[in-house]
Each structure stands twice: as C-alpha cells, then as structure tokens.
Design a protein around this ligand. Structure first.
Ligand code: SAM
Length: 387
C-alpha cells in the first residue's frame, strides 16, 4: 500500500489510481487536472466501461471523499504504462546515435514545406543522413516525409531534384503561409518557404484598387496573398510551367480569391504584353532570367509607369549595386512598341534577401519605372537613387 500524500518516484509504474465510469471520464479528467493530481508521465487506462487515471500521489481522506462523492470514483492502485516522450530537440534525439563532432555540424535549421522537410547536410554528415532524417520525424510530429536536396534549382521551371530519405514517399503537400493555403508539388514546381517574408513585404505595399502582374507566379505566394489581403485588387498571375499554372488556379479557388487572380499559362514576355498595359506593379521573381523580361514588364505597366519588384542573383560584396546596374541596363535597352518612349528608373529600395551559397546572394530591388518621351531623355537620363 502506498502511504498517503507520498509523491512517488517516476521509475515505479504502480501508481495510486482513480477509476470512473466512462460517462464520468471527461469530468474526472477536468476535476483531477484542476486538483493537480494527474500523473502525465503515465498513460491513462481506457477500458470498455471505465477510465483509470494515474495519480502523482496517494490521496488525503478529504480528497478521496470528494472524488467518491462527485464522480462515484473507485480509488486504488494500478500498474500504468510510462508515456513515451518524444525528444524535444534534434540534438536530444541524436545523442548517442551519431558522433559528437557530427552533432556539432548539424544544420541549425532546415526547410519545411507543408509536412515535408528538405535536408541539406554538410558532406561529413552524409553517413548519418537516414539517422538524422528519422530524428527529424521523431522530433517534429508535423513532418511526415524527409527529402534531401539532390542538386541545385535549375531549368526554366526552377525545380530542385530531391531524393527521398525517410517517411512517406510523396512530394505533394499543403503549405500554409500568412493565412493562405498552397498546394505544392516539390518535384514539379518551385516553392521556397525562405521567401515568405518577401511575399509578405511585397503584399503589404500593394494599395487598394491596384493592378498587379505577377510575371513568374509559381503556385501563387505573391498573387494569392495580395488578393487575399488587398481590397479591390486585380492580379494577373503568369507561369510557363503547366503544373504551376494548374496549382495556382487550384490555390486561388481554395483561398477564395479566384475572382481577383487571373491565371495565365504561358511565357511572361508574350502574356505580359498581351495584357491591357494598365498594371500599377510588376513582380519579377525569376532571379536567374528577370533581366530578359524587363521590356515586357515595362509594357505591362500603365502609361505613366509603376513599381517593379525585381530579383536577381548577385555575386560578391557589391551584389546590390550590380543588381541595380543590371536593371538600369535592361531598362536602357527597352524596346517598347513606340520608339519615342524610353524608360527612367527610380530606385526605391534594394537589399540582399539571403545568401544562396558562399559569395552568392539573392538581391531584391524595388524601382519606379517611369516612361518618358525619348526627346526628354537628355534631361532625365540620370537615374537617381531615392532609398
Ligand atoms: C523562382 S520561381 C518563383 C515562383 C514564385 N514567384 C514564388 O515566389 O514561389 C520562378 C517561376 O517562373 C516560372 N517561369 C520561368 N520562365 C518563365 C517564363 N518565360 N514565363 C513565365 N514563367 C516562367 C517558373 O516556372 C517558376 O515557377
């Protein structure tokens, strides 16, 4: 018999217990929790007609009387299964399974898209890839599949090859970002959770009533967030990858913004020029090739011009300055439908979003693109930096 009031050691699976009829189960849990008596290190015993709750200590007479009166509880002592605890950190889950050196080299974070985790390990951890992937599944109950990056993002579709390492073998998932829901298939379309802050930053700048052209829309993280958060907005979302166009259409429907997001499957250069030339803003999130599409972005903007969100990869320390001169050069070579029109670029903001690899970063520029008559150019040719 366990003495009254004694708090028991955790390695002992015999605990004082309270047994109640199933109909009183919910009330029993509530009352015992309120009294701070439930021993959460052990599993409750769920039987056909009764529920038995492990207690952290034996009861005082008054407590026993209260439980008997309120719940018709039977007090006693039972054997309980210790509750299996999942490790809280990756280090905890891996300690003793991989060497101390390897533990130190573990990545500080890894990408999670929906319920899929994407691993990128230092070469010296290659040996432990499966063990680390299993540990991720153990620690993060929301992760159901682990893939490893098997090469760089490449091709026009900007898709990264992935290799399955652990968990479910599927690349399709549902990702949530700022209240929007995106269906993504990582083997067929580009998506990076690392751009979420940028998606939000741009969406926050869009004013009521704007007309936006998202020239490289992917599954829609810019377009759909804008449509969801800005009133009376009109978004043309273009992508040349049929799978991206299919998914953005589905995502627009799921997020209930299909009336504001018009999806176009095709080449941004052609589609942007076929629009009505009244956009207030163009988003050019195709860093490896954006410069080739600046003409089309300028054509898509309203006659007085508008804002362009331009992304490019920069090498070395002056990546932002180089990004600016890349956009200026692309603008100066503008070949609009009307020969007398040329373009003036006013930079609003430039910054480096993130490092892609050593010495290489993703630069973001926001610029006002203003159309001017060529004859005025001598006055306006100098580009000014305003931010
Ligand atoms: C870097 S991803 C950006 C996707 C999206 N904006 C995001 O933030 O997740 C570039 C996208 O441009 C699309 N793309 C590439 N070339 C294109 C073109 N010529 N016209 C339209 N879309 C293109 C790719 O299929 C890809 O989805």
């Amino acid at each position: 018999m366990i003495p009254e009031n004694e708090v028991l050691p955790k390695n002992r699976s015999a605990r004082p217990s309270v047994r109640v009829q199933r109909k009183s189960a919910q009330r029993a849990i509530q009352l015992l929790s309120k009294m701070g008596l439930v021993d959460r290190d052990f599993n409750l015993k769920n039987e056909e007609k009764t529920l038995t709750v492990p207690l952290i200590r034996s009861l005082q007479t008054m407590e026993s009387e209260l439980l008997q009166r309120e719940l018709g509880a039977i007090l006693g002592e039972d054997e309980f299964e210790p509750r299996k605890k999942s490790p809280r950190t990756l280090e905890d889950a891996l300690s003793g399974k991989i060497s101390l050196e390897a533990l130190k080299d573990l990545p500080k974070s890894f990408d999670i898209v929906g319920d899929i985790s994407i691993l990128e390990l230092a070469p010296q951890l290659g040996l432990y890839e499966k063990t680390i992937a299993q540990a991720i599944l153990e620690v993060h109950s929301n992760v159901k599949a682990v893939f490893a990056k098997a090469g760089p993002v490449s091709g026009a579709e900007r898709v990264r090859p992935l290799r399955h390492v652990a968990g479910e073998e599927r690349t399709e998932t549902v990702h949530r970002e700022f209240g929007c829901v995106f269906r993504v298939d990582l083997s067929k379309v580009f998506f990076s959770p690392r751009l979420s802050t940028e998606h939000q930053r741009v969406a926050r700048q869009v004013a009521e009533g704007e007309r936006v052209v998202d020239m490289f829309a992917g599954v829609g993280p810019f377009s759909i967030l804008i449509a969801k958060t800005v009133k009376n907005v009109n978004v043309d979302a273009i992508d040349s990858n049929p799978e991206a166009a299919r998914l953005i259409q589905e995502n627009a429907r799921t997020n209930k913004v299909e009336s504001k997001v018009h999806v176009h499957l095709g080449d941004a250069r052609t589609v942007a020029r076929q629009l009505d030339g009244r956009a207030t803003r163009a988003i050019m999130n195709h860093p490896s090739a954006a410069k080739e599409f600046v003409d089309a972005a300028c054509d898509a903007l309203q006659p007085s011009g508008g804002v362009v969100h331009y992304y490019t990869f920069g090498e070395g320390e002056n990546s932002e300055a180089r990004a600016k001169s890349e956009l200026e050069k692309a603008c100066s070579g503008y070949q609009g439908a009307l020969a007398e029109i040329s373009i003036l670029t006013l930079f609003l903001r430039s910054f480096s979003i993130r490092t892609i690899s050593r010495g290489r970063s993703l630069a973001a520029l926001s610029a006002w693109i203003i159309r001017v008559l060529s004859e005025m150019n001598p006055l306006l040719l100098t580009t000014r930096s305003v931010a």
